[in-house]
Design a protein around this ligand. Structure first.
Ligand SMILES: C[S@@+](CC[C@H](N)C(=O)[O-])C[C@H]1O[C@@H](n2cnc3c(N)ncnc32)[C@H](O)[C@@H]1O
Length: 221
């Protein structure tokens, strides 16, 4: 599939790249700043709010690997250990990910490449306190006996993939969280907030990444 899809690399407002998919008319990140938005949503309002020394992260949509790289760096800087599991049914080809400027902006280019080159379904240890496992599965078909402390819900927008943002998938995500675990996402739709509540989450309304007014964080228990 990856060979057939046109992935256009574009520069977002903070100078970091993102990918535009003409097929879906959708970008992988905010054009207002890919790195800025990922840091704000997934680190500042996600990881950083959990007072745990060992964390299990589940990401829906590995995509460019930006969230994974930022999380790796967060683990190094804060001396916590992270098991990072991420779902990606459509991995990027080397000709695409090797053009992305995250390694040159953030450093750790070799870690970034190692993530992208990781064999599917294998737990790859990238440092003594960070390992990653990339599952070639959609959230709908993903099955596991694991539970997680935090879910990065970074699928394409509800207007492009409505089924992923509906109650059955959100109930599944709720069941995959540990007690007090959280789900964070960039999505700020009112219907999504109502779906989170219907799936069992306690929902906090937070200031959104600029220019969004708000974002939601769902908590279990
Ligand atoms: C918004 S982009 C990913 C952003 C990614 N976290 C990053 O930092 O680049 C959404 C990703 O979800 C993947 N995806 C599409 N359908 C999916 C599904 N049903 N389950 C899980 N991931 C899916 C896409 O291939 C894409 O890589």
């Amino acid at each position: 599939m990856e060979g057939q899809i046109d992935h256009q690399i574009i520069v977002s407002a903070d100078g970091s790249h993102t990918i535009y998919l003409p097929l879906l008319d959708e970008t992988y990140h905010s054009s207002h700043g890919a790195i800025a938005e990922s840091r704000y949503v997934y680190l500042q309002h996600g990881l950083q709010t959990l007072d745990l020394k060992h964390l299990k992260v589940l990401e829906i949509g590995f995509g460019t690997g930006l969230n994974a790289l930022l999380t790796y760096q967060y683990a190094q800087a804060h001396n916590i250990s992270i098991d990072y599991e991420t779902l990606e049914p459509y991995r990027l080809a080397e000709g695409v990910f090797s053009q992305l400027n995250y390694g040159s902006i953030l450093g750790d280019e070799s870690i970034f490449r190692a993530m992208h080159l990781a064999a599917a379904n294998s737990k790859i240890e990238l440092s003594s306190n960070f390992n990653i496992c990339i599952r070639p599965a959609t959230i709908q078909e993903f099955e596991t006996s694991q539970t997680y402390d935090i879910i990065y819900f970074d699928a394409f927008a509800p207007s492009k993939q409505p089924e992923i943002w509906e109650i059955p998938v959100l109930k599944k995500l709720f069941s995959l969280l540990n007690t007090s675990g959280i789900l964070v996402t960039y999505c700020a739709s009112g219907q999504f907030r109502r779906n989170l509540i219907a799936a069992g989450f306690a929902v906090e309304v937070l200031e959104g990444p600029p220019p969004k007014k708000q974002m939601f964080r769902g908590r279990k228990g």
